[in-house]
Ligand binder design. Structure first.
Ligand code: NAD
Length: 508
């Protein structure tokens, strides 16, 4: 096993390998993807892209590890998780730097995602309580019934680039605590965090093979979707791929939860505090350069608050400092790739040609010393309508659209007509309006005066509509449910000889 510190996941050749059975493994494929620093445009390393044969080898290692891991006591599992937690806290600074260099987000943001991931690990440490099951004494005569939840085997996680540590941590601490083995296929664009997490977990005592990491693209994903030994799949990424993963894995008889993209609205009622709403909109729209599935991408001011709110947002947006994520002065880093910059620019063009007004134009921004980075300044659109491409498509960049509405009814109708339903927020001082919003809005996660309502780990995370395929949310008790299957044991212990009875389940 390698003794390398967490400071890098790269080997001596500058390559990032799979992590299988307790050590780095190159696999047999000679396909690679480039991993760039989005702030400089420079290539940091190359990551191996697994072939189908590579995935088969990884799953077979996971399958073997599962056979012994499932028998570990609950206490031992929790003890290893606690050790992992401690190690991750100790190494979180190094991990944040790795994330910032491959993803572009600020160091503070990277530290924040590690922290949110840790919360799920904390939750999973209570696995003994979570797997307690139920017991009914004397359901009939001498008969007792017990409900158990048992692990399902090898489970896979396929994750996006925007949270390379947190999203995997929504999955693997719970899956592994439940007694499964876990194969992580992280984004090939920022793959190092996954390897660091697996290495730390093993340093904490997790047996080799219980947490494997396989890098790859569609070929690796397809191999996981079709592998007979993969019992369940958790996917987080864009909606078209989420739909594909859901349909393909389900048709193979697998349990699947596939979280997709989003278009999160923030309604601001006329009675809201303008400064508070403006601060919230700017943080939620431009944090991580808008590359959060819970980012607010559509602001919906109702009535006369629109003008002062847009002015307050514009003032704040113009003050944002855009630069390298590793610079502590930076508010907003680059987006993930040159291709994504081009895509966003073409959407902005379409918004202008369709009649939206660009109040703050972040195009053409130049970051000194980072001229080849994938930067785009924050953009604010006003007078956007629901038929425009900038409204219909998930932009996933630093662009905030404003759709003005004249009433709360109209605003709520707009939100509910949108095919996505990840998060939705309302800013108001009116309790009755808040109550109505909570009851009637068609979204899985709702914020009242909270722009990014990411649930705490003892609740669960998931959207509605095109933001989630499958019926189980991720983490929380729903996560425990997803990564286990039910078994109900009915038992009778008696010395009485009742004689044969052909009746069906006598009641007493
Ligand atoms: P993506 O869909 O491009 O990639 C996600 C994963 O799927 C990656 O591991 C990638 O390698 C794999 N993949 C990509 N193309 C594939 C294909 N054709 N076949 C099979 N697998 C494929 O997403 P991304 O660009 O990495 O991440 C951004 C997206 O993720 C946004 O749409 C964002 O809203 C979404 N997201 C959603 C949530 C949520 O909780 N709902 C959280 C984070 C990100």
């Amino acid at each position: 096993m390698t003794t390398r510190t967490t400071a890098t996941a790269r080997n001596e050749n500058g390559q990032i390998s799979h992590w299988v059975n307790g050590s780095e493994w190159k696999g047999d494929s000679n396909r690679f993807a480039r991993v760039d620093n989005p702030a400089t445009g420079r290539t940091l390393s190359k990551v191996h892209l697994a072939s189908k044969a590579d995935v088969n080898a990884v799953v077979s290692s996971s399958r073997m590890a599962f056979e012994s891991w499932r028998h570990f006591s609950l206490r031992k599992r929790a003890e290893i998780l606690l050790g992992f937690r401690e190690l991750l806290v100790r190494h979180s600074g190094e991990l944040a730097k790795i994330i910032s260099s491959e993803n572009g987000k600020t160091l503070a943001d990277a530290a924040g995602e590690i922290e949110r991931g840790l919360e799920v690990a904390d939750f999973a440490c209570g696995i003994a309580q979570l797997l307690k099951g139920g017991h009914s004494e004397r359901v009939a005569g001498e008969v007792d019934t017990r409900s158990l939840r048992q692990p399902i085997g090898v489970v896979a996680g396929i994750t996006p680039f925007n949270f390379p540590a947190m999203v995997p941590m929504w999955m693997f601490p719970i899956a592994i605590a439940c007694g499964n083995s876990f194969v992580l296929k992280p984004s090939e664009r920022d793959p190092s965090a996954a390897v660091v997490l697996a290495r730390l977990f093993e340093q904490a005592g997790l047996p080799a093979g219980v947490f494997n990491v396989v890098h790859g693209d569609r070929e690796a994903v397809d191999a996981l979707l079709h592998h007979p030994d993969v019992a369940a799949l958790s996917f987080v990424g864009s909606t078209p791929i989420a739909r594909y993963v859901y349909e393909t894995a389900a048709s193979q008889g697998k349990r699947v939860q596939a979280l997709g993209g989003a278009k999160n609205h923030m309604i601001v009622l006329p009675d809201a505090d303008v400064a508070q709403a403006a601060d919230a909109a700017v943080s939620a729209a431009f944090g991580s350069a808008g590359q959060r599935c819970m980012a607010v991408s559509v602001m919906v001011p109702v009535g006369e608050i629109a003008d002062p709110l847009i002015t307050a947002i514009a003032e704040r947006v113009e003050r944002l400092r855009v630069g390298e994520g590793t610079d502590p002065q930076t508010d907003m880093g680059p987006v993930i790739s040159a291709k994504q910059v081009e895509r966003i620019l073409s959407l902005i063009e379409s918004g202008l040609s369709e009649g939206a007004r660009l109040v703050v134009d972040g195009r053409g921004l130049r970051v000194e010393g980072c001229e080849n980075g994938y930067f785009l300044g924050a953009c604010l659109f006003d007078h956007v309508t629901a038929n425009m491409a900038i409204y219909r498509e998930e932009i996933f960049g630093p662009v905030l659209n404003t759709v003005r509405c004249s009433s709360f009814d109209e605003a709520l109708e707009l939100v509910n007509a949108n095919p996505y339903g990840n998060g939705a927020a309302l800013f108001t001082r009116d309790g009755a309006a808040a109550n109505r919003f909570e009851r009637e809005v068609e979204a899985g996660m709702v914020g009242i005066n909270v722009p990014i309502p990411v649930p705490a780990p003892f609740h669960s995370f998931g959207g509605w509509g095109d933001s989630l395929f499958g019926d189980t949310h991720i983490y929380g008790e729903e996560g425990v449910h997803f990564y286990t299957r039910g078994k109900v044991v009915t038992s009778r212990w008696t010395n009485a000889k009742a004689g044969a009875d052909l009746g069906f389940q006598p009641a007493s």
